[in-house]
Design a protein around this ligand. Structure first.
Ligand SMILES: CC(C)(COP(=O)(O)OP(=O)(O)OC[C@H]1O[C@@H](n2cnc3c(N)ncnc32)[C@H](O)[C@@H]1OP(=O)(O)O)[C@@H](O)C(=O)NCCC(=O)NCCS
Length: 170
């Protein structure tokens, strides 16, 4: 268990899938987090996506508040321990927890784990250019925009870029 100021971060387990099922199918969350939108995930899809995490074969974590209430998920995937880098994915799935410092605290907590425990040199992530809240959150955690992804994402009748952001160990 990794302890932040507002959150605890722990490995995912089977009983978390019911919470994930709710937010992975929430169009408001999908709008910001999923390339394909809107999209429906059935129980089988969800189990398949998270099964390697539950088996301990992937770095998939659950974010809880300090009362143990499940509020989101965090992935370090892919992770390359030889090249000392990992991609970070974060979703605070409970919308009423947005904008209250939980995302930032979760990232700062996992950042410490990545650099101090896993001895990584860099963490990177992808974010859609319209996702101001996420971009501000990442900037506030020390990430810098280093480029643009190849893919573009469609929202309504507009295409948006995917930005690549990176945080290097100081
Ligand atoms: C993006 C996300 C992880 C951010 O977490 P959060 O808990 O909502 O954000 P925080 O409250 O920790 O905010 C951190 C920073 O973001 C900025 N921020 C917060 N709410 C904001 C808003 N509504 N608009 C613009 N910036 C905002 C603030 O600058 C804050 O920095 P500061 O504390 O230094 O002022 C979370 O909102 C989320 O999961 N959203 C839905 C899915 C998603 O977009 N995932 C990311 C895909 S790349």
């Amino acid at each position: 268990m990794l302890k932040g100021k507002l959150v605890n971060i722990r490995w995912i387990k089977n009983s978390d899938l019911k919470y994930i099922f709710e937010w992975i199918n929430d169009p408001e969350i999908q709008f910001f987090a999923q390339e394909d939108y809107p999209i429906t995930f059935n129980q089988w899809h969800v189990r398949r996506i998270y099964s390697d995490g539950i088996k301990g074969k992937r770095y998939v974590f659950i974010i809880e508040d300090k009362t143990g209430y499940v509020i989101g998920e965090l992935w370090l995937y892919p992770i390359d321990l030889r090249k000392k880098m990992a991609e970070l994915v974060i979703v605070i799935g409970r919308k009423n927890f947005h904008g209250r410092g939980y995302g930032k605290d979760a990232i700062n907590t996992i950042k410490k784990y990545c650099f101090e425990k896993l001895k990584l040199e860099a963490i990177y992530l992808k974010v859609f250019s319209f996702n101001r809240k996420a971009i501000n959150c990442y900037l506030s955690c020390g990430f810098k925009t280093i480029g643009k992804g190849v893919k573009k994402v469609l929202r309504g009748d507009r295409y948006f870029e995917e930005l690549i952001m990176e945080l290097r160990k100081e």
